[in-house]
Design a protein. Structure first.
Length: 211
């Protein structure tokens, strides 16, 4: 089956510069426009189902695509962003102060981060991969769009392109509202294209290079 992973559009947490994790941070107006452009990307693609993380920024990104194809967005809690524990809701500028060692690992060896009082990046990636396997089993031979989050998508791309979540440092962040095309056969995932943003035109937004 064909799987399209979509990162949510710009959220309030992206705009304001804090770590949302599993907190619910709605889309900005720019994020909503990015979501509409995602729908344009899928206008001429026969989409059989649309899934999303149950956090609103992902669901709001998926909704225009689903409506365009006469579908509803199906919640997929397993596609939530990593649970960042004590970091959730914290400005990025404060992280090196409150968690200097974990922040160092985040910047130099992100695939081995275990968030204080949260989950590890590896556990989050494996949780999301299992959710995608279940979706693939439900839609054999079909084309499915799944909206998720930056950390989850980067970890999955590291797992599929580099063989392990620990190689995440060698994968890049997917920009907001970017699309990655994945082929799934017998539970194995093959990345065909990643981080596509051409549909966004001049509305591409990315995390700061320091994150």
């Amino acid at each position: 089956m064909k799987l399209y992973l979509v990162r949510h559009g710009e959220s309030e947490s992206n705009r304001l510069g804090y770590f949302a994790g599993q907190l619910d941070a709605p889309l900005t107006e720019l994020g909503h426009e990015q979501a509409r452009r995602v729908a344009e990307f899928f206008r001429d693609i026969a989409v059989d189902a649309v899934y999303s993380s149950d956090l609103s920024r992902a669901a709001e990104t998926a909704r225009p695509t689903a409506e365009q194809h006469g579908l509803s967005v199906i919640p997929a809690p397993g596609m939530r962003e990593v649970h960042a524990g004590d970091w959730e809701g914290m400005p990025f500028t404060e992280l090196p102060v409150i968690s200097p060692e974990q922040y160092r690992v985040w910047n130099t060896d992100i695939g081995n981060v275990h968030f204080p009082n949260g989950e590890s990046v590896e556990a989050a990636a494996l949780r999301a991969q299992e959710a995608l396997r279940q979706i693939a089993e439900t839609h054999p031979g079909e084309t499915v769009v799944v909206a998720s989050h930056g950390g989850i998508i980067r970890a999955l791309l590291a797992l599929w392109q580099h063989g392990s979540v620990q190689a995440m440092q060698h994968a890049v962040w997917a920009p907001n509202a970017s699309v990655s095309e994945i082929l799934c056969e017998k539970g194995t995932f093959c990345v065909l294209r990643s981080g596509m943003v051409e549909h966004l035109g001049d509305l591409v937004t990315e995390l700061p290079k320091t994150i």
